[in-house]
Design a protein around this ligand. Structure first.
Ligand SMILES: Cc1cc2nc3c(=O)[nH]c(=O)nc-3n(C[C@H](O)[C@H](O)[C@H](O)COP(=O)(O)OP(=O)(O)OC[C@H]3O[C@@H](n4cnc5c(N)ncnc54)[C@H](O)[C@@H]3O)c2cc1C
Length: 568
């Protein structure tokens, strides 16, 4: 493939949101499985450098704190409390529960739906300033607080230790919601989903008597709170409590990193002497990424239904055939960004660790496979850039108008290619007259190492999958709400027409991803399948998540439109 244009801001990467829209610890006292009452949190260190800032109507800060990334949703809480420590979270939750106030929890603010802006929320906890990232020797794991953006996580892990996590490609997404929902990105085919590396969580929970406290839950087999850890490996945000800290360590590093709970000084010294090298506890980050951007013009003469459906089928069949958890193909990550024809063109981003043998050849072969038999001549270019630059470029995932950004995203897992009927449906909607340049869909490469994990080992049930599809509209003006919502809803309904308008698990589809929440899945007008929304997101893991809910949030303090329900 012809190479030009180094990757950078000049490349058109709207599609990545278009992808989005698309696309803490005091006294280290507590060991695995322990709990602490309000006061010093169990995690270990908690510097108390910020807050709480209590912002109420009339405060000049109030308006600015009502919205997340999706401006369709604006909350009206009595108070936004910007917190800076686990102890502050415990106190805020305790006060709200005593006052009978519904709580919302926001970290990065990138929720697709109104889960943190529901009109019933009276106290909105803003965790954006609870954002430490570092190595915690007491747990021999990396700690990430919920307010840390993915960009911050990437920078700190990389600059300090040269390691990373296989998280999302948009640097402004918050760890808070992203990790508990599963989390995936450009390195997932190689290293799995983020929660495959989750060692533990610190969570502020509320017991049956209404008492708030912080607890630590880890994956240690003898941890009495292990069920709470498990629920945070894909169960989704806003369900069980307020996460105030994640700990990350790859499972294959456990043998090196035995974790006793003795946090005394002598024990700490002994552990430090025997400590494993932190650089072996998470996957290594690539040094450089080879990135290609391939673009096709929407040309009425050439971009026929046959050409477009062939191209999409080719992208899908490559993933069907090359998604084992093994080199070399696990290193290749691609997103097909199918913009509506009004956009004038559509594109594909391909990334690979530039250090992989024959990386450029693998990319060229992949692009040739995708284009084969279409009769189309793609434009584009490729170049190699430092990994940290690629992952933290501020434009990733942001669309043109970021002052007011409204969006609707819907999603579905794919085990294999769309059927011919589905492909024709996609083409029809991408070329209809009700769509606009603000509409489109993404098909994102997945599979690889993700498939090496059992469906019940974490709360991410969808493991035998090779792609995710994301259907989206992203727009600026409120007056366009109805039209943009209709377009994406109708596309989705028609793609899944044979299964009640939703991606019912079967030969091709495998439900959806809770980090791309879509309340339509719980709406009988849009889901006529008879398969409940929770089966689409959690499959057979749902009853277990309900049991965790009953144990850790028996009063249903933490809830939203698609939250785990208490068992009946
Ligand atoms: C532009 C964009 C790009 C994206 N790219 C990717 C991607 O590449 N890969 C991917 O996997 N996903 C991606 N997503 C989806 C993203 O992972 C989810 O939207 C995620 O939930 C966002 O987390 P947040 O903290 O930013 O959002 P928030 O809106 O703050 O939270 C989302 C949900 O989690 C809950 N929550 C937040 N913090 C906490 C906490 N500390 N404790 C308990 N619950 C909490 C909230 O109550 C809410 O229900 C993207 C989304 C957008 C908008």
């Amino acid at each position: 493939m012809h190479r030009k244009n180094p990757p950078g801001p000049h490349l058109n990467r709207r599609g990545l949101l278009t992808a989005a829209a698309a696309v803490g610890l005091a006294a280290g006292a507590a060991g695995p499985g322990s709990a602490a009452a309000a006061g010093p949190p169990p995690g270990g260190r908690d510097p108390e450098t910020f807050g709480p800032a209590q912002v109420r109507p009339g405060d000049p800060r109030y308006e600015s704190l009502l919205r997340g990334d999706n401006h369709r949703f604006v909350g009206h809480p009595d108070e936004v409390q910007v917190v800076g420590s686990t102890a502050q979270v415990v106190q805020a939750v305790q006060d709200a529960v005593r006052a009978g106030k519904r709580i919302g929890v926001r970290s990065g603010g990138h929720c697709f739906e109104n889960f943190t802006a529901d009109p019933e929320i009276r106290l909105l906890l803003d965790l954006s300033q609870l954002d430490a990232v570092g190595y915690d020797p007491s747990r021999r794991a990396f700690e990430v607080q919920p307010g840390a953006t993915l960009g911050r996580v990437y920078r700190t892990l990389f600059k300090g230790w040269g390691v990373t996590i296989p998280a999302g490609g948009c640097p402004e997404v918050g760890a808070g919601g992203h990790l508990v929902g599963g989390g995936y990105g450009p390195l997932s085919r190689r290293y799995g989903s983020v929660v495959d590396h989750l060692y533990g969580v610190e969570v502020v929970v509320v017991d049956r008597d209404g008492n708030a406290r912080a607890v630590v839950a880890t994956r240690e087999p003898d941890d009495p709170n292990r069920d709470l850890w498990w629920a945070h490996t894909g169960g989704g945000g806003g369900n069980f409590g307020v996460v105030t800290r994640y700990w990350l360590r790859s499972p294959d590093a456990d043998a090196d990193a035995d974790t006793d709970a003795d946090t005394g000084a002598a024990a700490a010294d002994a552990r430090a002497a025997a400590a494993p090298d932190p650089r072996r506890l998470l996957p290594p980050a690539p040094a450089e990424i080879l990135e290609a951007l391939v673009e096709w013009t929407w040309d009425p003469e050439k971009t026929t239904e046959q050409a477009v459906t062939t191209l999409i089928r080719n992208f899908c069949t490559w993933h069907e055939q090359h998604s084992d958890p093994a080199p070399p193909y696990d290193a290749l990550y691609a997103i097909l960004q199918l913009a509506h024809q009004d956009a004038g063109s559509f594109s594909m981003v391909v990334q690979i660790d530039a250090g992989v043998p024959h990386a450029a050849d693998l990319v060229d072969e992949f692009v040739a496979h995708v284009n084969a038999g279409t009769g189309l001549t793609p434009d584009g270019g490729s170049a190699t850039a430092p990994w940290l630059y690629v992952m933290t470029w501020p434009g990733n995932g942001e669309s043109g108008n970021i002052i007011t950004r409204r969006y609707k995203g819907k999603a579905g897992y794919l085990k294999r290619s769309f059927t011919d009927t589905q492909l024709a449906t996609i083409h029809r909607h991408l070329t209809n007259t009700t769509g606009s340049a603000e509409c489109g869909m993404l098909i994102v490469g997945y599979g690889g190492r993700v498939r090496a994990v059992r469906p019940d080992a974490t709360a991410v049930a969808q493991r035998d999958v090779v792609m995710k599809a994301v259907y989206h509209s992203i727009w600026a003006d409120e007056s366009d709400d109805a039209a943009r919502l209709s377009w994406v809803r109708e596309l989705y309904r028609d793609v899944y027409r044979d299964t009640g308008g939703v991606p019912v698990p079967g030969e091709v589809s495998d439900g959806s991803y809770i980090n791309y929440p879509d309340t339509d899945l719980a709406d009988p007008a849009w889901n006529t399948s008879g398969t409940p929304w929770h089966t689409l997101y959690y499959k057979d893991n749902y009853p277990r998540l309900q049991r965790v809910k009953a144990r850790w949030d028996p009063r249903d303090v933490f809830r939203h439109a698609l939250s785990i329900e208490l068992p009946r």
